[in-house]
Structures are given as structure tokens and as C-alpha cells.
Design a protein around this ligand. Structure first.
Ligand code: FAD
Length: 447
């Protein structure tokens, strides 16, 4: 939005609640996302909020631990991930927007899009004082987040909720690897830790399915103490128990939704309203910021946006141009989540172990995947190559030193399991747009 102002346009932002959000989402910005902030001139929005630099990940499995660093050598020294209180970051961006003379930032709840002959003309909204107003604009950017009510007429939402995150804040403890995200390959599914300020550590516990133990009845605290705590690294164990006893337990559904837009004159979907992926890899803000850069570059040469039809045609290429970054991050998030969950299937568990060991090898085996995850080198082909390299590595270990028919069969199931994880995600993302963006002119993925 700030980039629109930089291009000399007027912007009207309608936000439901301008007070500082207090959420458990959007707390770790990948270095690729930080690079996008720099491109947008917004990097100072992570200053003065006690944001912590993040240099990579530490992985834990069955008592073993390994460190995977972001390949940052080729970048300026300030380029790294950043983790923070989401609300503080949002407020910094809002302050910046409000300081610009061409921006009108208003608190209000958008209730519907105004449509005339298939073109979106603007929105109807309710102000803080309850007044119902209409706002008109040549381009309406709809970005009302993961629970979007407004997306329905602009896309075909296919929302999946594979799990929920349960959030706690740990205090008075040190991460085993300071300034790193921590991923515990726990049973039944991963647990994350990362700093959100100089004194606080966010813990997100993944709980598969949509039904959570009740917080009110104490079932959740009991689940966290009996099932999760024994799998938490010893350095964090006591602080984890203290955080449960403090009782400030938050939850969020982990939603995933491939982008399936109906290009509509006068409107564009952005952010989680448009496209979501499992938050395991912390990729949501990086995709959203990358999309904003693509949109900025597309709109820049247009002196005015008043011809909705031709603007819509012009913006068609947005859906293809965003693909390399968005699809790589989305696919990796979905695939890694499936690989990192424990399973009753031995082949799946072999894949999980192979993934941990592959990343522990270092060199290209850790740099490649973490460059994909961090948004530093988002290439779909590289993703597929690493994914199958993990599977082949897993099979190779099964067959050495002595292949037996049983092990051969397990290896075949491992490869077929890996294929059944990644190919449906790629199909949903749109394989042609993902791998051959230059041959596909515009249209959204065909399903
Ligand atoms: C548990 C969890 C953890 C996550 N962790 C990370 C992470 O570490 N790193 C990362 O990059 N991503 C993470 N994500 C994803 C990330 O939070 C989202 O991708 C990102 O917040 C999307 O930004 P957005 O602006 O589209 O939506 P939001 O940040 O949700 O913003 C939507 C805004 O729209 C406003 N709004 C909603 N409806 C209306 C309306 N009708 N009228 C007016 N305003 C309205 C809301 O008040 C809100 O301010 C996580 C997601 C989850 C679920």
C-alpha cells in the first residue's frame, strides 16, 4: 500500500481494529521476507520492537540435535530472519502508513464488496461509531486475512485445516541455539520454539486435527504436561511447565489454501485471504511481501487504474509471476509438515528420519533446503530435487549394507509415499505455472 503512495496514488485503508494485535501468528519473518521489506523500503519496521535476528534452525529428534544455518554469506550483514511480537511489527507498519499524506487510515469493518456489472467498485463498511458508509476506488485490494469473509466472490476457497497450533510464551530461559528457530520432531507432530523478544520465547505445539483438548477444563494443560513436556529439550523444560501453569494458552487453526482466483475487474486478493500454507515453516509473511513486490512492479508503469477491464488483464500475469516464490514456500510447508509428523507407517517414519539425517549432512544438503524455506532461493525445481534426494537417501540407507526383499519393499513404499506427499501439493499449486511460468501466460491453476 505504501508503494502505491510512492507512485503518487491515493490510498484508503479500512482496518477493523487499529489497536495493537495480540496474536500468535506472523512472528518469524524469513530472511527472504526481510529482503522484500528492504525492496519496499520498510525494513525499519523491524527496528525498535526488540526484534531478534534469526540465523537458521536447530532440529531435534530422539535426543539428537543438528543446526541448519541460513546461507547468508552473500548478503549484507543485516540480512537475516527477524522474530518479534507480531502486533508490534503491525503497529510499526501502520504508523508508517499513517504518516503519509496520501493515505487515509480508518478504523472500520468492511461488510461487503460493491459490484456493478461484474466490476468491483469499492466496499461498504461500518465505521467505529456504527455508521454505514461506502468507499469507491478503481482498485480494491482485499486482504482481510485467514478468516476472510470477502474472498468468496473473488476465488474458489478450498481451505484445509490439517492441525492447530497451541501457543505459549516461555520466560527466563535460553534457547539451546540462541537466535535460531527450534523444530522438535515430536510425536505426534512438531513443536516449535523461537525468540519473540530479548526475554521471551514463543512455543507453538502442533496438534493434528481440528479438535483440541479443552483449555477451560484443564485437558489442554494436562496434554501439554504429559504428552508434550517430556519431548521438550531439557534446557526449556522447566520454563515450558511454568508457562503452562501461568495459563495464558492460545490456539489458532493452521489453514492451508492454494491460490485459486477468479480474476475480477476492480479487485485483487492478497495475503492469507488469497493463499495460505501450513505455518510450520513461517512462510506466510514472506509470500505476502513477495506478492506485494510483484504487484508494485506491475502497477508502476500504469499512470491510472481507471480502466478496470484492462487493469484486470494487465494484472493477470500477477498469478504467474508470483508462482516461483509462493509455490516453493507453499509446497515446502505442506510437504515438510507431512514428513515431520510421526506415523504408524514405517515407510513414513523412514522418510522422517532420512530428512533429519539429510539435513544433518550439512553443505548442499542443508543449504539447499534451508535456502528454499527461507525464501532466499525459492526455486520449485530445486525443491523437487531435494525432496527426492531425501527419499533416495532414505532408500539407499535401507538397502545398505545388505538389501533384503523386506527392505526393498520398504524402500519402494518410501518413494511412493514421498510422491504421494509432494505431487498432490504441486498439482494444487498448478504444475505448469510453477515449473514453466514463461510458457503459461496468465490464467490461474486449472484443477
Ligand atoms: C499459528 C500461526 C503461526 C504463524 N506464524 C507465522 C510466522 O512465524 N511467520 C510467517 O511469515 N507467517 C506466519 N503465519 C502466517 C501469517 O500470520 C500470515 O500469512 C499473515 O499474517 C498474513 O497477513 P494478512 O495481512 O493477509 O492477514 P492478517 O495478518 O490476518 O491481517 C488481516 C487484517 O484484516 C483485518 N480485517 C479482517 N476482516 C476485516 C474486515 N471485514 N474489515 C476490515 N478489516 C478486516 C484484520 O483486523 C487484520 O488486521 C502464521 C499463521 C498461523 C495460523
Amino acid at each position: 500500500m505504501i508503494f502505491l503512495v510512492q507512485d503518487g496514488r491515493r490510498v484508503h485503508v479500512i482496518e477493523r481494529d487499529l489497536t495493537e494485535p495480540d496474536r500468535i501468528v506472523g512472528e518469524l519473518l524469513q530472511p527472504g521476507g526481510y529482503l522484500k521489506l528492504i525492496e519496499l523500503g520498510l525494513q525499519d519496521c523491524v527496528d525498535k520492537i526488540d526484534a531478534q535476528r534469526v540465523f537458521g534452525y536447530a532440529l531435534f529428534k530422539d535426543g539428537r540435535r543438528t543446526r541448519v544455518s541460513y546461507p547468508l554469506e552473500k548478503f549484507d550483514s543485516d540480512v537475516a530472519g527477524r522474530s518479534f511480537h507480531n502486533g508490534r511489527f503491525i503497529q510499526r507498519m501502520r504508523e508508517k502508513a499513517a504518516s503519509l499524506s496520501n493515505v487515509r487510515l480508518e478504523q472500520g469493518t468492511v461488510t461487503s464488496l460493491l459490484e456493478e456489472n461484474g466490476t468491483i467498485q469499492g466496499v461498504q463498511y461500518k465505521t467505529k461509531t456504527g455508521e454505514v458508509l461506502k468507499a469507491y476506488a478503481p482498485l480494491t485490494v482485499v486482504c482481510d486475512g485467514c478468516f476472510s469473509n470477502l474472498r468468496r466472490s473473488l476465488c474458489s476457497p478450498q481451505v484445509e485445516v490439517p492441525s492447530c497450533f497451541v501457543g505459549l510464551v516461555l520466560e527466563n530461559c535460553q534457547l539451546p541455539f540462541p537466535n535460531h528457530g527450534h523444530v522438535i520432531l515430536a510425536d505426534p507432530s512438531p513443536i516449535l520454539f523461537y525468540p519473540i523478544s530479548s526475554t521471551e520465547i514463543r512455543c507453538l505445539v502442533d496438534v493434528p486435527g481440528q479438535k483440541l483438548p479443552s483449555i477451560a477444563s484443564g485437558e489442554m494443560a494436562n496434554y501439554l504436561k504429559t504428552v508434550v513436556a517430556p519431548q521438550v529439550p531439557p534446557e526449556l523444560h522447566d520454563a515450558f511447565l511454568t508457562a503452562i501453569d501461568k495459563g495464558h494458552i492460545r490456539t489458532m487453526p493452521n489453514r492451508s489454501m492454494p491460490a485459486a482466483p477468479h480474476p475480477t475487474p476492480g479487485a485483487l486478493l492478497m495475503g492469507d485471504a488469497f493463499n495460505m500454507r501450513h505455518p510450520l515453516t513461517g512462510g506466510g509473511m514472506t509470500v505476502a511481501l513477495s506478492d506485494i513486490v510483484v504487484l508494485r512492479d506491475l502497477l508502476k508503469p500504469l499512470p491510472n487504474l481507471n480502466d478496470a477491464e484492462s487493469l484486470c488483464k494487465h494484472l493477470d500475469s500477477f498469478y504467474t509471476l508470483r508462482k516461483p516464490v509462493a509455490s516453493t514456500i507453499n509446497t515446502l510447508a505442506g510437504a515438510l509438515y507431512k514428513v515431520f509428523c510421526s506415523s504408524s507407517d514405517q515407510a513414513r517414519n523412514e522418510m522422517r528420519q532420512a530428512c533429519f539425517d539429510y539435513l544433518s549432512l550439512g553443505g548442499v544438503c542443508s543449504n539447499g533446503p534451508v535456502a528454499l524455506l527461507s525464501g532466499l532461493n525459492p526455486r520449485p525445481l530445486s525443491l523437487v530435487l531435494h525432496f527426492f534426494a531425501v527419499a533416495i537417501y532414505g532408500v539407499g540407507r535401507l538397502l545398505t549394507p545388505f538389501p533384503s526383499p523386506k527392505r526393498l519393499w520398504l524402500g519402494a513404499r518410501l518413494i511412493s509415499g514421498a510422491s504421494s506427499i509432494i505431487f498432490p501439493i504441486i498439482k494444487a499449486e498448478g504444475a505448469m505455472q510453477m515449473f514453466f511460468p514463461t510458457t503459461v501466460s496468465s490464467s490461474p491453476p486449472q484443477k
